[in-house]
Design a protein around this ligand. Structure first.
Ligand code: ADE
Ligand code: ZN
Length: 329
């Protein structure tokens, strides 16, 4: 039995495996510039975040209909369940679809058709988090939130992703203010490729409750102290950090040092189809590379459920936490 965990940092478009990409391309009459799945996999050698994003946005053009998004989420949930995921807070990038003529309703309704059955089929509770692309304008983010208003009953929160450097959190002050007014939870990617100051800014200007990645906070001891004091969860994605060259090898990952510092770190898969593994593979990777023991692994899983947006269902959180305590390695 895998360690039960909540996955809090997962881009649904980043779960598009080559086999499904080719199947959807054929169904939708899209020609991919790769001969086959092996040739596509060959392209998964990234030099930085941007080199990954270029392929990520190109490949998701095969997603056109609500059924495509349903199939995408079903495939993720099945793999996630096999790796111990009990609760998933799923990011999606509406602007990457609306910009090519796919309405936000197609995306939300397609994903929801899968998520509505996730508990019964896969034993996974779910939430949806709408992410703004930070390399698009603040006006585009506001228009996206406006377009999402008919679907807010299905959306728990907002996030901020895509190319980080040069797009500081403060650019999105107005849209996060509006999101707060609408009662949405707030998270943001910060301190992945960008500096520690972006983490601070995401907290101070955007009012985020969790930081996605955040590993560069380790360059700023005062910030670390604050994150510990304020119990801010950080959603780490170890295999992603290696594949996007944020660090050289898993053995160089600061996760262990972050745990030792008292940070509320969690383990997640980010874009598992591209980075060589789902959440259990990320746990196994850091366990082996950093020599984590059972109590440290249990702490990581406990953090994930404590950091989950389950405030509307505390009995469920308590059940998940009890599963973590009862787990035998
Ligand atoms: N979009 C998908 N994956 C991402 C990541 N790791 N960082 C920023 N934006 C992303
Ligand atoms: Zn991410």
């Amino acid at each position: 039995m895998p360690l039960p965990t909540a996955e809090l940092h997962l881009h649904i478009e980043g779960t598009l495996e080559p086999e499904l990409a080719f199947a959807l391309a054929e169904r939708n009459g899209v020609t991919l510039p790769y001969a086959d799945t092996a040739a596509l996999r060959e392209a998964y050698r990234f030099s930085d975040l941007q080199s990954f994003l270029d392929l990520y946005y190109a490949l998701m053009t095969v997603l056109r209909t609500p059924e495509d998004f349903t199939a995408l989420a079903d495939a993720y949930l099945e793999r996630a369940a096999a790796q111990g995921v009990r609760h998933a807070e799923i990011f999606f990038d509406p602007q990457a679809h609306t910009s090519r003529g796919v309405p936000i309703g197609t995306v939300v309704e397609g994903l929801s058709a899968s998520l509505d059955r996730a508990e019964e089929r896969y034993g996974i509770s779910t939430r949806l988090i709408l992410c703004f692309l930070r390399d698009e304008s603040a006006e585009s983010a506001l228009a996206t939130l406006e377009a999402a208003k008919p679907y807010l009953d299905r959306i728990t929160g907002v996030g901020l992703d895509s190319a980080e450097v040069g797009h500081p959190p403060a650019k999105f002050r107005a849209v996060y203010e509006e999101a707060a007014r609408l009662g949405l939870r707030r998270v943001a990617h910060a301190g992945e490729e960008g500096p520690a100051s972006y983490v601070r800014e995401a907290l101070d200007v955007l009012g985020v409750e969790r930081i996605d990645h955040g590993l560069r906070c380790m360059e700023d001891p005062e910030l670390v102290e604050r994150l510990v004091r304020e119990r801010i969860p950080l959603t780490l994605c170890p295999l992603s950090n290696v594949r996007l060259r944020v660090i050289d090898t898993l053995a160089d990952h600061p996760l262990r040092a972050m745990l030792d510092a008292g940070l509320r770190v969690t383990v997640n898969s980010d874009d598992p189809a591209y980075f060589g593994g789902y959440v259990g593979d990320n746990y196994d990777g850091v366990r082996d590379a950093l020599g984590l023991g059972e109590e440290q692994l249990r702490t990581l899983a406990r953090h994930s459920f404590e950091a989950a947006f389950l405030d509307d269902d505390e009995p469920r959180r308590a059940r998940y936490l009890a599963e973590v305590e009862a787990h035998t390695f």
